[in-house]
Design a protein around this ligand. Structure first.
Ligand code: FAD
Length: 390
């Protein structure tokens, strides 16, 4: 039975986040984001402190690890409130997974624990090789075992935030293997001599100011035996699980930003007159508003449904791909219509619309190009047929 009822405690968290975003973050955007600068470090620290005091950080982390234990559906509700601000992704970033960091030897562990304590710990996710973006199973980055450590060699590309990261989650294959089987996951201290990262300037920015895409070189980069995160051959499945959750967050973020675009378009259409008539009275403008509202709501429902299904422990892989396609294309269309309704004003940097539009274009490629998700959906349909709705 599909359950869209949002529990009261989740509504309360969502409303608190929404207030924080409206009162603290949206006003800050005008000063900072539209001119593509970072939030000043002091302001950033102050905002993070407030979030911590309000109990609004690490909501998805298990209760046993100091989090709130929110499931995917509850997180989708909260993500929507966070992502209304262009700063949402950056401010709510997770400051490291304590259990994972325990794998580092004592000296590194102390360093990371101290940075986590100061809320200055950053990580990056290194899956994509230059030769294998859509198809990571053909990656070339490799590892060999050398006594009680592993040695990694290869090149990663478009790794968000690698230049700022303290540690990296790196996917590599056992030297001499091919396909999915030999892929494993490692934790790597980015201060190791064999790890270098350089920013690749790209259109727009992923979701946050600390997420510039980077090229990463691994040249005889060493990591201790304890930093191997997966058993032989399970790295592939682990990567797919990580990306699944990211796509529901992407669905919620797209809904949030598209809703903001639609609100702006509605307001503007009721103020702007041409040829002696408000543009909100024109059928072609009304069509753009109605289509946007319809698509936003459809995306929200699909996101909640897929996230809820995953929470039930059911196979939500088709929904994950459908959300990725629908959300990213919906946001592009809604932002495009909002710009059209604003005319020339929509293109200025005084409004967030052009920024949202540029970033929406990026989303159709990152986390798997939409064509690849369409291919996966069709392949499953052709093999298994259409499952019953339940
Ligand atoms: C800003 C940014 C941030 C990123 N951050 C990260 C990160 O933090 N970590 C990380 O590991 N990666 C990251 N990536 C990499 C991203 O996930 C890849 O770029 C993406 O998966 C596509 O790979 P590719 O660029 O190699 O495209 P390719 O795989 O070369 O594909 C090119 C095009 O071919 C078409 N195509 C490919 N395969 C198929 C198919 N089977 N059917 C139909 N059409 C197909 C699609 O149109 C696709 O866009 C990031 C990328 C960008 C741009």
């Amino acid at each position: 039975m599909i359950d869209f009822e949002i529990p009261d405690e989740i509504r309360m968290v969502r409303d608190t986040v929404a207030r924080f975003v409206e009162e603290q973050l949206i006003p800050l955007e005008q000063e900072v984001e539209f001119i593509e600068e970072n939030i000043p470090a002091d302001t950033w620290r102050g905002l993070r402190t407030q979030l911590r005091e309000l109990g609004l950080l690490n909501l998805a982390r298990p209760v046993s690890e100091g989090g709130a234990g929110f499931g995917q559906r509850d997180m989708a509700v909260v993500h929507e409130a966070q992502a209304r601000s262009l700063f949402g992704g950056d401010l709510w970033r997770d400051s490291g997974v304590p259990e994972m960091l325990q794998r580092f030897p004592a000296a590194q562990l102390d360093k990371f624990a101290a940075k986590a304590e100061r809320d200055e710990l950053y990580s990056c996710f290194c899956l994509t090789d230059p030769t294998s973006g859509s198809d990571p199973s053909s990656m070339r980055t490799s590892f060999v075992r050398d006594g009680d450590r592993y040695i990694l060699n290869g090149r990663k590309i478009f790794i968000s935030g690698a230049h700022k990261a303290d540690y990296a989650i790196v996917y590599a294959r056992e030297a001499g293997t091919s396909g999915r089987e030999g892929i494993n996951t490692f934790l790597v201290d980015t201060a190791e001599p064999g790890f270098t990262a350089q920013v690749i300037p790209t259109m727009g920015r992923p979701s946050s100011v600390s997420s510039d895409a980077c090229e990463v070189l691994l040249e005889d980069c060493m990591t201790p035996e304890s930093c191997r995160l997966t058993d032989a051959g399970s790295g592939w499945g682990q990567a797919q699980n990580t990306l699944g959750g990211i796509r529901f967050a992407m669905g919620a973020r797209s809904v949030a930003l598209a809703s903001r675009c639609l609100e702006m378009a509605l307001d503007y259409s009721k103020q702007r007159s041409t040829f002696g008539e408000l543009i909100s009275n024109r059928q072609s403008v009304q069509n753009m508003l109605a289509d946007s509202y319809t698509e936003i709501n459809a995306t929200r429902l699909l996101t909640y449904y897929g996230a809820w299904k995953q929470d039930q422990g059911r196979d939500a892989r088709q929904e994950i791909s459908m959300v990725k396609i629908m959300a990213t294309e919906m946001l592009g269309k809604v932002a495009d219509r909002a710009i059209q309704i604003h005319g020339g004003m929509g293109l200025t940097k005084a409004l967030p619309l052009e920024h949202i539009y540029r970033n929406a274009r990026v989303d159709r490629i990152v986390d798997g190009p939409n064509e690849v998700h369409r291919w996966v959906i069709a392949r499953n349909l052709l093999r298994d047929g259409i499952p019953p709705v339940n």
